[in-house]
Design a binder for this molecule. Structure first.
Ligand code: URA
Length: 433
């Protein structure tokens, strides 16, 4: 087999066989396929398409390019949760303690953030002492004692995805549903869950800017999970405004703690919905019953206690959480209703303050971020505080204006936007909300 023939075949729009895709992926990992050849094939895939079987073969080859975790000897249902990435999204810190309180087990392997969406591990790194690099024995012990842990992805998990993702990032081949599905699902399938729940974000601040693409991504990933024998469900949820009021690493941990301590907001609503769908699927009970169980452990403080146990077991000291000292209020310039809070723009601005990475090697300032005072549809008066920006230096007029332009205020009132648009259950049925 020759890689140039495989590239040529895809260039002419033919489907690739499982052997050809495996040959490509193995060649990438072993260094037999050059970066320019891999990039040429990735672009041909984007231009000529990749059917479902090809996407499945790519997922399998990438999963098998490294270690596949096995926690089958740990008692309990193992759940894995993944979000396709958004702004102000810290649901993992709420869902996992909820599920652990109900006896589920989960090892969440997370990445670091790049660009406007924050990474779970970066948020955790804002807690002094916390280690997200744990041995298999330590993870198993924590699973048995507490029920969950959040760790960084190890280099031996899906090495093919690491190489291909880095190439996609610089060759304009990220936004392809087949490539995204294979990238995400290869890592999920290598992390050994009995059930995978996918939170597919759609909107301004997400990869998927329209609903039909988000649905198609969710359907493809769920179908891959089912074909590989793992229950996989998905929810398509809003990212037209930041999920929570808090954006920035340490601030998002504070936002999650707020919900664990009883705050009622969109972050809580989505976390509860995701967790309730897991419980409903796994225990074969109706949603209302699952919702009741989930709310109980959240409201009686059990989930908060689990969160604290996890932080302590991973060596973290929550009292070390710091927020940057300079606080700038961004004020409404006119009366009206908030029509938009541009999530991607806000994420980019927090990144510019030092809260995110432009390049892999950039060092993050965990303390900077934003607390929003408003949400879409809220009425504001001129001079009301739209958000507070936390930074280490005073904002220049130019940066102030940029933050101000995140908020679109208009005269007309509008309905509150929806949080959840659809879900896909474990047999692949689509339920529109
Ligand atoms: N997240 C991933 O892990 N892979 C993609 O391709 C896109 C988002």
């Amino acid at each position: 087999m020759k890689i140039v023939d495989i590239i040529n075949k895809k260039k002419h729009g033919f489907s690739l066989s499982e052997e050809e895709i495996k040959f490509f992926v193995d060649g990438v990992v072993q260094g037999d396929v050059a970066d320019y050849q891999a990039s040429a094939l990735l672009m041909a895939i984007c231009l000529k398409g990749f059917d479902f079987d090809e996407t499945l073969y790519l997922t399998r080859a990438m999963r098998d390019s490294g270690v596949v975790m096995d926690y089958s000897h740990v008692d309990g249902i193992k759940v894995d949760k993944h979000s396709t990435g958004g702004v102000g999204d810290s649901t993992s810190f709420i869902i996992m303690p909820i599920l652990a309180s109900l006896g589920y087990k989960s090892v969440k392997m997370s990445g670091r953030g790049l660009g406007h969406t924050g990474g779970t591990i970066d948020k955790l790194d804002s807690i002094k002492g916390l280690s997200s690099s744990l041995s298999k024995e330590y993870i198993e012990n924590q699973l048995n004692e507490i029920g969950f842990c959040i760790v960084g992805q190890t280099p031996d998990l899906c090495p093919a995805d690491k190489i291909l993702y880095a190439l996609r990032d610089v060759t304009a081949t990220v936004d392809n549903i087949a490539l995204i599905s294979a990238s995400i699902m290869s890592k999920k399938l290598a992390s050994a869950g009995d059930l995978i729940i996918l939170d597919v974000k759609y909107g301004d601040g997400a990869f998927m800017k329209n609903f039909s693409d988000a649905l198609s991504l969710a359907e493809t990933m769920c179908a891959i999970g089912r074909r590989e024998g793992v229950k996989t469900i998905a929810m398509i949820t809003d990212m037209n405004e930041p999920l929570s009021k808090y954006v920035g690493n340490s601030l998002e941990i504070e936002g999650a703690i707020g919900v664990l301590k009883g705050d009622k907001n969109r972050l809580r609503d989505l976390s509860v919905a995701l967790a309730s769908n897991v419980v409903s699927e796994c225990e074969n009970i109706d949603y209302a019953e699952a919702f009741f169980k989930v709310c109980k452990v959240l409201d009686d403080g059990t989930a908060y206690e689990k969160f604290n146990q996890m932080i302590a077991h991973q060596g973290g000291d929550l009292s070390s959480l710091k927020v940057a000292p300079v606080v700038t209020e961004i004020l409404a310039k006119e009366d009206g209703f908030v029509h938009k809070i541009h999530a991607e723009k806000l994420g980019e601005l927090v990144c510019d303050l030092g809260g995110g990475r432009r390049k892999k090697e950039d060092v993050i300032d965990y303390t900077v971020g934003v607390i929003n005072n408003v949400c879409v549809s809220l009425e504001v008066k001129k001079g009301d505080v739209l958000c507070k920006v936390y930074s280490n230096e005073c904002l220049s007029d130019e940066i102030y204006e940029k933050f101000s332009s995140v908020f679109e205020v208009r005269r007309e009132s509008l309905d509150k936007p929806r949080l959840i648009y659809a879900k896909i259950n474990s047999v692949g049925e689509i339920i529109l909300y």
